[in-house]
Design a protein around this ligand. Structure first.
Ligand code: GLC
Ligand code: CA
Length: 521
C-alpha cells in the first residue's frame, strides 16, 4: 500500500473543462499546469485526470484510440511529462484514467481485429464465429467488418469489448480466461501502465474495473484474478503507484488488489442515501437534506459492513461528485453541502473532490449533450474562475466555440467571488482538508467507530482515532447525554477543534445546534 494514500485528498479534473490556454475553447494540459498552485491551495495533494489519450471522443475520451499518445487537443506526451514533473515539485501526485474494458472502434488493434485474415489481434476482442450469430443475450447483428463475425460491446456502440475471456462458457466462440490470447490482452494493459508509470505517472483510476471477464461469477473472481496479477506487477515494479477502481464494491475490489474503490451513486447504496436520495417517493430522503428527517441508519446499514470487510485491504473513496453524476447543487444548498462535505472529508478512506464542487458549481440541466455526455454533460461545464472575465476566465475563445457553454445564471459562482466571501464553500472546503492533513486521526487509515446513531434521530456521532465527531444535518437542535455516547470516556475533554453552527460537549451533554458539525478533542 503506497503510504502517501493515507494523507491523500484527490481533485478530479475533467481536462476539457478546466482551463484553456490556447484559445481553442477546450481545456488543455498547460491549463492544468497553470492551476497546480490553485489545487494545492485547496489542500488537494493528488489529481485524477479523466482520459487524456488520443481518441475520436465519442465518449469524451473513454473511447481510446491510442493509449500511449496524448490527444493533440490537450497537448503532447512531453506536456504530460511536464505536468507530472511540475505536480511532483509541488507535492502533488497524478493519476491517469486507465480504460481496460474496451477501446475505441478506431484503435489499431480493433482495425486489425476486423480483418478477415487471422492476425495477432484477431482475438483481442470478443467475436462470435459468424456475422449472423449474435452475442449471447445481445441479439444484434454486427456486420460492419470484413470479418465474418459479430463483436461484443462494453458500453457505447463505439466501444468494442476487449477480450479477457469468458468464465462460464456456453458458446463455441467464447475463449477461456487462460487462453494465451486473453493473457495477451492483460499483458497489453500492463505494458500501457508501465509506459506511463515510467514517465512519472503515479497510478490509475480504473474505468469499469469489474467489466473484464464476461459471464464472470457474482463476486467477479475471474476479473479479480487479473487485478491480482496486475497488482503484483505494481508491487514489484512500481510499489508507490496507486490503483483506484470504478467498481463500487470494496469488498470485492480491494481484496483483488485495488488500493481504493469509489463509493458511487448506485441507487439505494449508502452513499446515495446520504446525498442523492431525491428520486424516491415523498420527496428527497437524503440524510444531508435539512428537512428530510432521515436518520443515518440507512447509510450505516450499507457502509459499516463494507468498511469492516474491506479496511484491512484498502480504502473506500467518498466523492463530492464525478463526471458521470449530477452535481450535488442540483438538490442541495450551500448550508447542506457544508455539513455534507465536513462529513465526507473526515471519514476514513481516500476522498475525492470534483473540480468546481469547492465553489458549488451548478448542474446545468439545459445544456446540449457533448461527446456522449447526455445528462452527464450538465456536470462537465467549464470551470468558473473569474466572474469578471469573459467565459469566467476559462477560455478566450468566443462563447460559441467553448467545449460546453458556461453557466449563464446570474448567481453562478466563481473562484474569484468565492475567495472574497468569508462564508463561501471554498473556505470551508480548505479548512476541513487542512485539518485532515494536520490530524492523522482524520486520515485514511485511522479507525472509525459509530458512537451514536438511532432510527428516527438526526444525530450521528462517530470516533476517528481519539477525536469525536458529531453531525446534525437537521433544522432542530439536538441534545444527548454524554453517558449515552458509547465509548466516550466521562473525562473526555471535549475541546472543540472544528465547528460549523453551534456545538458544545463541555458539560454532561452534547448539544448541537441546527445544521451543525463539530470535531472534539
Ligand atoms: C465509466 C466512465 C464513464 C464512461 C464509461 C465507459 O463509467 O466513468 O464516463 O462513459 O465508463 O468507459
Ligand atoms: Ca485548449
Amino acid at each position: 500500500m503506497p503510504k502517501w494514500l493515507n494523507d491523500a485528498v484527490f481533485y478530479e479534473i475533467y481536462p476539457q473543462s478546466f482551463l484553456d490556454t490556447n484559445g481553442d475553447g477546450i481545456g488543455d494540459l498547460e491549463g492544468i499546469i497553470q492551476k497546480l498552485d490553485y489545487v494545492k491551495s485547496l489542500g488537494c495533494n493528488a489529481l485524477w485526470l479523466n482520459p487524456i489519450y488520443d481518441s475520436p471522443f465519442k465518449d469524451a475520451g473513454y473511447d481510446v484510440r491510442d493509449y500511449k499518445k496524448v490527444a493533440p487537443r490537450y497537448g503532447t506526451n512531453d506536456d504530460l511529462v511536464r505536468l507530472f514533473d511540475e505536480a511532483h515539485k509541488k507535492g502533488i501526485k497524478v493519476l491517469l484514467d486507465l480504460v481496460p474494458g474496451h477501446t475505441s472502434e478506431e484503435h489499431e488493434w480493433f482495425k486489425k481485429s476486423c480483418e478477415a485474415d487471422k492476425n495477432e489481434f484477431s482475438n483481442r476482442y470478443i467475436w462470435t464465429n459468424g456475422a449472423f450469430c449474435g452475442i449471447a443475450g445481445h441479439p444484434y447483428i454486427g456486420g460492419e467488418a470484413e470479418r465474418d463475425g459479430c463483436y461484443m460491446l462494453n458500453f457505447f456502440k463505439c466501444q468494442p469489448a476487449l477480450n479477457y475471456g469468458v468464465l462460464n462458457r456456453t458458446e463455441p466462440w467464447q475463449m477461456a480466461t487462460d487462453d494465451p490470447d486473453c493473457i495477451a490482452t492483460r499483458e497489453a494493459m500492463k505494458d500501457i501502465m508501465r509506459f506511463w508509470l515510467s514517465k512519472g505517472c503515479d497510478g490509475f483510476r480504473v474505468d469499469m474495473a469489474d467489466s473484464l471477464v464476461k459471464e464472470d461469477d457474482e463476486v467477479k473472481s475471474a476479473t479479480g484474478k487479473i487485478w491480482e496479477n496486475i497488482r503484483q506487477m505494481l508491487d514489484e515494479e512500481f510499489p508507490e503507484a496507486a490503483l483506484v477502481s470504478e467498481w463500487s464494491n470494496p469488498e470485492c475490489a480491494l481484496k483483488y488488489g485495488f488500493h481504493a474503490d469509489f463509493y458511487l451513486d448506485h441507487h439505494g447504496n449508502g452513499y446515495n442515501v446520504l446525498f442523492r436520495d431525491g428520486e424516491t417517493e415523498g420527496g428527497d430522503h437524503s440524510y444531508f437534506k435539512k428537512d428530510s428527517n432521515e436518520s443515518p441508519m440507512r447509510f450505516l446499514a450499507d457502509y459499516q459492513h463494507k468498511y469492516d470487510n474491506s479496511k484491512e485491504y484498502g480504502h473506500i473513496s467518498f466523492i463530492s461528485c464525478n463526471h458521470d453524476t449530477p452535481r450535488l447543487t442540483k438538490t442541495m444548498d450551500v448550508s447542506e453541502l457544508k455539513i455534507g462535505y465536513a462529513f465526507l472529508y473526515t471519514m476514513p478512506g481516500v476522498p475525492f473532490l470534483y473540480y468546481g464542487d469547492e465553489i458549488g458549481m451548478k448542474y446545468l440541466d439545459k445544456v446540449k449533450t457533448k461527446e456522449g455526455g447526455f445528462q452527464r454533460t450538465g456536470s462537465r461545464s467549464p470551470m468558473q474562475w473569474d466572474d469578471k472575465a469573459a467565459n469566467f476566465g476559462f477560455s478566450t475563445a468566443s462563447a460559441d466555440k467553448l467545449y460546453i457553454p458556461v453557466d449563464d445564471s446570474k448567481d453562478a459562482p466563481s473562484v474569484a467571488s468565492a475567495e472574497n466571501d468569508p462564508d463561501s464553500l471554498i473556505h470551508m472546503v480548505r479548512s476541513i482538508i487542512a485539518l485532515r492533513h494536520e490530524y492523522t486521526d482524520l486520515q485514511a487509515d485511522s479507525d472509525f467507530e459509530v458512537l451514536y446513531a438511532k432510527e428516527n434521530e438526526r444525530l450521528l456521532v462517530y470516533r476517528r482515532g481519539s477525536l469525536v465527531i458529531s453531525v446534525n444535518p437537521g433544522e432542530a437542535e439536538v441534545k444527548v447525554s454524554k453517558k449515552d455516547l458509547a465509548g466516550v470516556p466521562s473525562d473526555f475533554k471535549g475541546d472543540l477543534i472544528y465547528g460549523i453552527g453551534s456545538a458544545d460537549l463541555n458539560g454532561d451533554e452534547l448539544v448541537l445546534g441546527k445544521q451543525s458539525f463539530a470535531i472534539f478533542e
